[in-house]
Design a protein around this ligand. Structure first.
Ligand code: MN
Length: 429
């Protein structure tokens, strides 16, 4: 529903990413201060440690209040979906009327005045490959006759990524060095990647979790999803092409993964749920453990996703970033619930705060391709920027900005903020 107003005026402006109906969770630090959990509201952040200390979380359990005084969202994520929903509803009351505005105003900080940190201590990070358009486009570049491998429509494909190199938006991305081999030479060499790419993805964080050996049925999968963020899976295509067989991505991916600082809850996304991807008639039937009528009816999320690029030259000319892509999360072949259920289906234990990535989100149309590998067809068709520059892949100084938002008639627009990163030159290698 639209129309519930906050006394934080900036939360009521139509274009804000953070109306009262969003209230994404994040972790911030004031200059010289300690890390605090907060929720974004308009251009402010409500400090949840201070809110708990001011005893404004009355009616909630002591565990919930205690989780608000931590320096990461792990404790809150560990309490499960009911706890975060109750907290979010209480915070909506705090920011819309009761208690009196005067008591709460001092607990707000300006977003512009703080530094955002990683919201979670990420234990494990897994990246999927859930867009059939991306999988087909990439497959076609490497295997023109056989673009989509025969397992794709049966099994949500993924690989274990690296949690230690997940960084928050704004962190510079150093071009990696690595081993590459051009097609026309006999032996590989070691040096800076010449095919650095971004991948437009969405990340989702585990809530609750499961014990080792106890799978999560698809009917319960969403109880184990806390919320979503934007994710850029930086990828060195030349390193990837040489190293990926037979065990999959390794150093081409694990040098950096950027995420946006705000985690938008599944509750905030509720009005934007849509049916899962319509699997064509001729596609194989889902295996029973991945099949659910409810997931089919509302397993998708109508989340618009964009990639923007700004080169160093554009920055020097004060030119605005240029949009490269407009995609939508609803175009994924696999739902979040299917990815999570599949992940735990062998008894693998997911833990609160684990990060799962969707894989590159690409759609059917040419303006909905989620990485340069697809847009430029592996460099064969360079991209033209408005100032005359061209790109096959990313150059040093390029800034990549991901944005995401949900809109629906009759509901407040909610946004994800941004996930940004500037490419820094490789070290000498
Ligand atoms: Mn990826």
């Amino acid at each position: 529903m639209a129309g519930i107003r906050s006394w934080v005026e900036s939360a009521n402006e139509g274009r804000t990413d953070f109306p009262l109906r969003n209230l994404p969770f994040g972790v911030f630090r004031r200059s010289g201060g300690r890390a605090c959990i907060g929720v974004a509201v308009g251009d402010r952040i409500l400090d949840l440690r201070a809110t708990a200390e001011a005893e404004l979380l009355g009616g909630l359990s002591g565990e919930i209040a205690a989780s608000c005084e931590q320096d990461s969202l792990n404790s809150l994520m560990g309490l499960g979906r009911d706890a975060s929903r109750a907290l979010r509803e209480r915070l909506m009351e705090v920011l819309s009327g009761q208690p009196a505005q005067g008591r709460v105003e001092s607990l707000l900080v300006q977003q512009a005045d703080v530094k955002m940190l990683l919201p979670v201590r990420i234990g494990d990070y897994t990246d999927f490959y859930a867009s059939v358009y991306h999988a087909t486009n990439v497959g076609r570049l490497f295997r023109p006759d056989n673009p989509l491998l025969p397992n794709y429509k049966y099994v949500p494909i993924g690989y274990h990524g690296r949690a230690s190199s997940v960084v928050v938006s704004g962190t510079e991305i150093q071009r990696p060095c690595g081993q590459t081999k051009a097609a026309d030479v006999a032996a590989p060499s070691f040096g800076p990647s010449r095919s650095l790419d971004y991948e437009l993805e969405v990340g989702f964080f585990v809530s609750g979790g499961n014990a080792l050996g106890e799978p999560i049925p698809i009917s319960e999968a969403e109880l184990h999803i806390f919320g979503l963020c934007l994710l850029n899976d930086w990828s060195a295509r030349d390193i990837q092409a040489w190293e990926y067989q037979p065990l999959g991505p390794f150093l081409a991916k694990n040098f950096a993964t950027s995420i946006s600082p705000w985690v938008v809850t599944m509750d905030a996304l509720e009005p934007f749920r849509v049916p899962a991807f319509a699997r064509p008639e001729e596609d194989p039937a889902l295996l029973p453990y991945l099949n659910s009528e409810e997931d089919k009816a509302r397993g998708g999320i109508d989340l618009k996703l964009e990639v923007w690029l700004r080169s160093a030259k554009m920055r020097a000319e004060s030119a605005d970033p240029v949009r490269l892509t407009q995609g939508n999360l609803r175009d994924l072949y696999w739902t979040l619930a299917q990815m999570l259920t599949h992940h735990a289906s062998n008894g693998c234990n997911l833990q609160a705060g684990d990060l799962l990535g969707t894989g590159t989100v690409s759609g059917a149309s040419p303006d909905a391709l989620g990485c340069l590998l697809e847009i430029t067809r592996r460099g064969a068709e360079p991209l033209q920027l408005p100032n005359g520059e061209t790109r096959k892949f990313l150059e040093d100084g390029d800034e990549v900005i991901l944005r995401g938002y949900c809109e629906r008639e009759g509901y407040d627009r909610i946004g994800f903020g941004e996930c940004r990163g500037v490419v820094r030159a490789a070290p000498s290698c």
